[in-house]
Unconditional design. Structure first.
Length: 326
């Protein structure tokens, strides 16, 4: 039987504790209905017997304490909330236990911004990780030695798993069910919980908000110029000249400050503007393309799909209310 330990940290998001428990309980139930033995022993594990969540609105009574779990097979790290630095400090006593269990062979999976607690263990150093896209810049600042792939729903590396934002942790849970039980069970639970199976990207949900928490005033001014001139065709050379910085030096400084090259930043600003037009206006794709400074249909569609994972027309059909009604 697989021993699953769902952590209950302070500042945890309650659904990311209850949903995994419900998922593995459902798998056990399905197995028993098929005349098979249950596969998972699921426990809520904490640093104290009772954990207050949401400023005391809820309390969780754990099944056992970390000190009383000598060995486990799978650790689930739920999403945390609030001030992330304070949340990590409050939950730092989980860290040596997670590290020890991983060294003994346990796999560890973080759900949404539970990635911050997993990252704090050091186990992800030099590896890839996913988390909620809205916390991408903060994650990179706090954990520069980890490669954040903020468009991915799931990452897996050396027994360490992570998931993208919010409800996308369901996709990681189904992925784990498939690994431990098989494809047939993964399909069954995806249908039972009405979750789209095999969703791999959170790109369609990402709202680009350029990283401006840096000290390079010239680069911040360049970012603001790009954002205010979204309809114009802007070259890197033009930006370098405008802000009196040599091109190569400008590109290095821009990448260091924003985690994007100037070309990537220009593209993402334009595509974010295009997304808003497609969501909220009656303009067709070509009209939107011209609005954001593109004249080449193929280039626009290619960049749009690269960033969002959808073609412009598919994006419009998905998010524009009038398109959905039509």
């Amino acid at each position: 039987m697989k021993h699953v330990s769902i952590l209950v940290p302070e500042e945890a998001v309650m659904t990311s504790i209850s949903d995994p428990r419900m998922m593995f309980a459902a798998v056990n139930d399905f197995l028993q209905r098929a005349g098979k033995a249950p596969l998972f022993k699921v426990e809520l594990v904490g640093l104290s017997k009772e954990v207050q969540l949401y400023q005391g609105c809820f309390s969780v009574h754990v099944d056992t304490l970390v000190k009383d779990v000598p060995r486990t097979d799978l650790i689930l790290v739920p999403a945390i909330s609030g001030d992330l630095s304070k949340a990590l400090e409050k939950n730092k006593d989980f860290i040596p236990w997670i590290v020890t269990q991983h060294a003994k062979g346990a796999e560890v999976a973080s759900l949404c911004i539970g990635a911050f607690l997993l990252a704090a263990t050091g186990l992800l150093d030099g590896k890839r990780c996913s988390t909620h896209w809205i916390y991408a810049n903060e994650f990179r600042d706090m954990f520069p030695s980890i490669t954040l792939v903020d468009d991915r729903i799931i990452t897996e590396e050396e027994g360490l798993y992570s998931s993208g934002g919010a409800n996308s942790y369901w996709n990681l849970l189904i992925y784990l069910v498939e690994k431990y039980v098989g494809r047939e069970m993964a399909i069954l639970v995806s249908k039972f919980f009405a979750i789209e199976i095999d969703r791999k990207s959170q790109s369609p949900f990402i709202m680009f908000n350029g990283q401006k928490k840096h000290e390079d005033e010239s680069i911040r001014a360049a970012q603001e110029f790009i954002e205010k001139n979204v309809t114009e065709k802007i070259s890197v050379e033009e930006l370098a000249v405008r802000f009196a910085i040599g091109r190569r030096h400008f590109e290095r400084r821009f990448k260091k400050a924003t985690n994007n090259t100037p070309v990537e930043y220009i593209q993402r600003v334009k595509i974010e503007a295009a997304k808003k037009h497609l969501e909220n206006s009656r303009k067709n794709v070509n009209e939107v393309m011209y609005e954001v400074g593109y004249s080449d249909t193929k280039a626009f569609r290619t960049v749009f799909k690269k960033i969002t994972g959808l073609s412009p027309i598919d994006y419009k059909n998905k998010y524009n209310k009038e398109a959905v009604v039509a």
